[in-house]
Each structure stands twice: as structure tokens, then as C-alpha cells.
Design a protein around this ligand. Structure first.
Ligand SMILES: Cc1cc2nc3c(=O)[nH]c(=O)nc-3n(C[C@H](O)[C@H](O)[C@H](O)COP(=O)(O)OP(=O)(O)OC[C@H]3O[C@@H](n4cnc5c(N)ncnc54)[C@H](O)[C@@H]3O)c2cc1C
Length: 341
């Protein structure tokens, strides 16, 4: 049986694992984080299972592809996903004054009822996959017998086939000099743009639960407490800085930018920044598609004879759905090449 190692247990890794498993393989996954999920990142504010939670990476996702639709429908039925229908506003600063206008749409927004991270982890657990967390790959080198994997703790591993799903820069680093021959990695540094994320406890806004920003430093804010279907005067809000601001301050720790971002949220919503308390800050170096993202036509990059596949949202237009399509297609290419499907 072909031994397949998937580097990264985010949505792309999950989709690849599920499709390979359905075709009879037993792929293994490794991830350097403490838990699977990648940029589908959720935290609870306390250890108990019922504690309030917030998504500080992906906020929700949408569906276009029929295959992904089938998965989403099954997960809605199973209670692993839920629909979220916030009252959305759009915020714009005009001549120094913030204008908030309702921005309703009929888009279906999918969330995890306990956060998007829990959705990924529940799917991976249901698949019964062999997943090693806190396991950082340092380098993957192909030789006559397949792949040698070097871990940061000094251990080594082997596999016949490796699927890389980290962001482009990190995948290029793992492949070393070999990355120079891979067109998809040609502009790896610009494939994904940064995003500073701040979570605050702030008053609930009864008439709006999410805001798209058209100007200023923020791009999006959302009320996690509403997502969770909970009440209370003070809610957990995620604030995302926009791509231009985040890239301009990519080397600044988010904690140093938090006051600026909170002040903008407060000003746009006519609140007092003093009423907002920071719960978490996080700098995503590689968040959403950047100016160097490859053309999304191919969805993934594979060299099946070499036992090599590269997948991830950045190859497929970004977003959770893009990551899933990319992982699925990488698996399909390998299954077709090894005739196990
Ligand atoms: C702030 C923010 C907001 C977003 N908002 C949305 C949204 O609203 N809607 C939407 O659809 N999408 C959104 N996205 C994008 C969405 O989160 C991603 O498209 C998707 O989660 C990417 O999945 P992936 O599997 O391709 O990559 P990742 O989730 O990044 O998974 C890669 C995995 O590889 C692991 N890894 C990396 N290097 C190594 C190594 N050396 N060894 C071992 N493991 C390694 C990482 O730990 C990670 O788990 C957002 C992202 C961010 C950051």
C-alpha cells in the first residue's frame, strides 16, 4: 500500500485525506500546531466545553461547487455546520465621518456551531485518521526510495507520496532548492497577504452583527456571541485589519496595533474604545489571497511520478471552499495516477 503523508491538517489536508481514504488509502497527517484546523481557528475563553468562543481566522464560508455542497448538506443535517444570518452593515468614512448603512444580502453563510475549528476537527475525528500534531516538518527531500521527512525535533520519517498543504512560502521552504522548478511556487512570497486579527469583548450591537469596512484600517468585524446564538450585554467581536494595513505593518506585533484597530471600530459604531477589552491578538502572516496568488484554474499542483502534490487555498482562489477543492483535486490526481480509485 502506498504510504501517503499529508503535511498540514487544515481544510485542504482534510479534503485530501477524506478522498484518499474513500479510495482505499490510509493517509497520515502531520501538523505543527497543537490542534488540526489551520486557519479555521477558534478559541474558547475558558477550558470548559460550554465556554464562549470566537473564530479569529476564517469567519464563515460559502459554497458554489456541487461536491462541496453535498458535504455541507450532510454536515448541516448532522449538526456539524449551521447557517449564520447576521444583520450586516457596510462602513465608510466620508469627510471624517463614519457612515454605516445596512448591507443585506441573501448569501448563505456557513459556520461551525462551536466554531469553524471544531468543524474541521470533528470531520477528521470521524475519518479516524492518524494525525500527529505539534510535529513540525523541517524539510522533505525526495530520493530513490521516495521521500525522507526531517522533523524539527530531529526525528525522521519516510513516505512514498507527500502532499504539501501549508501556505506557499512555507511549502517552498520545506521543498528547498526543488521549489525553484515548481511554477506554482514562482511568487510564493506574494501568494497570500497578511491579516492582523484582534478579538475584543465589547457591547452587543442589537441592530448589526457584522460590518464590512470600505475604508480605513479594518476590513471586517463580526459578533461571535451572536454566531453562537448566545445573549448578554457584552459580546466577543473579531476585528480584522484590511490587507493594505496588515501588509504595511506585517512585522509589527498585533498587540501594538490593537488600540488603533479598536479605536476605529469604536468610532465607526459610535462607541467608546474604553468599553472594549482585548481578549486576543493574532498576526496571520499568510491569510487571504495576495497579489502573487497563482491562477486558480488548476486548483492544485501535482507531479504524480515523483509522488508530489501541492494543495491549499492559495492555489484555488482562497477561502475555505478553495482549500477543500484544492485538497480534493490533489487526491483525485494521485488516485487516478496510482489507479486505486
Ligand atoms: C484572518 C482570516 C480570515 C479569513 N476569513 C475567511 C472567511 O471568512 N471565509 C473563508 O472562506 N475563508 C476565510 N479565510 C481563509 C481560510 O481560513 C483558508 O482559505 C483555509 O482555512 C485554508 O486552508 P488550508 O488547508 O489551505 O491552509 P491552512 O489552514 O493554513 O492549513 C495548513 C496547515 O499546515 C500546517 N503547517 C504549516 N507548516 C507546517 C510544517 N512545517 N509542518 C507541519 N505542519 C505545517 C499549519 O499548522 C496548518 O494547520 C480567512 C483566513 C484568515 C487567516
Amino acid at each position: 500500500m502506498t504510504d501517503i503523508l499529508i503535511i498540514g491538517a487544515g481544510v485542504a489536508g482534510m479534503a485530501a485525506a477524506e478522498h484518499l481514504s474513500a479510495a482505499g488509502y490510509s493517509p497520515r497527517l502531520v501538523d505543527n500546531a497543537a490542534r488540526p484546523g489551520g486557519r479555521c481557528a477558534t478559541r474558547r475563553i475558558a477550558a470548559d466545553r460550554d465556554a464562549d468562543w470566537f473564530d479569529y481566522g476564517a469567519q464563515y464560508f460559502t459554497v458554489r461547487d456541487d461536491g462541496f455542497r453535498a458535504l455541507v448538506d450532510a454536515d448541516l443535517k448532522a449538526g456539524r455546520l449551521a447557517r449564520w444570518s447576521p444583520a450586516i452593515a457596510s462602513a465608510e468614512q466620508v469627510a471624517g465621518t463614519w457612515l454605516l448603512t445596512p448591507s443585506p444580502d441573501d448569501r448563505e453563510r456557513l459556520i461551525g456551531p462551536r466554531g469553524l475549528n471544531v468543524w474541521v476537527r470533528e470531520r477528521l475525528a470521524a475519518g479516524g485518521f492518524d494525525i500527529a500534531t505539534e510535529r513540525r516538518v523541517e524539510r522533505a527531500v525526495a530520493d530513490q526510495n521516495g521521500w525522507r521527512i526531517d522533523y524539527s525535533n530531529g526525528e525522521h520519517d519516510r513516505a512514498d507520496v507527500v502532499i504539501f498543504t501549508p501556505p506557499a512560502v512555507q511549502t517552498a521552504a520545506l521543498l528547498g532548492p526543488r521549489a525553484a522548478d515548481i511554477p506554482a511556487l514562482a511568487d510564493a512570497g506574494a501568494a497570500l497577504a497578511a491579516c492582523h486579527s484582534v478579538v475584543v469583548r465589547a457591547p452587543a450591537l442589537p441592530e448589526r452583527q457584522a460590518i464590512f469596512f470600505k475604508s480605513g484600517r479594518l476590513s471586517w468585524v463580526a459578533d461571535n456571541t451572536h454566531k453562537a446564538g448566545r445573549d448578554g450585554d457584552r459580546h466577543l467581536w473579531t476585528l480584522h485589519a484590511d490587507a493594505e494595513f496588515s501588509d504595511a505593518h506585517v512585522d509589527t506585533p498585533t498587540a501594538e496595533l490593537a488600540d488603533e484597530l479598536i479605536a476605529e471600530f469604536a468610532a465607526a459604531t459610535a462607541q467608546r474604545a474604553a468599553d472594549m477589552e482585548i481578549v486576543r491578538t493574532h498576526r496571520w502572516r499568510y491569510a487571504r489571497p495576495g497579489r502573487g496568488a497563482p491562477d486558480a484554474d488548476d486548483l492544485c499542483w501535482t507531479h504524480t511520478a515523483a509522488g508530489l502534490a501541492i494543495a491549499g487555498d492559495w492555489l484555488a482562489g482562497g477561502r475555505v471552499e478553495g482549500a477543500w477543492l484544492s485538497g480534493r483535486d490533489a487526491a483525485r490526481h494521485l488516485i487516478a495516477a496510482y489507479a486505486l480509485g
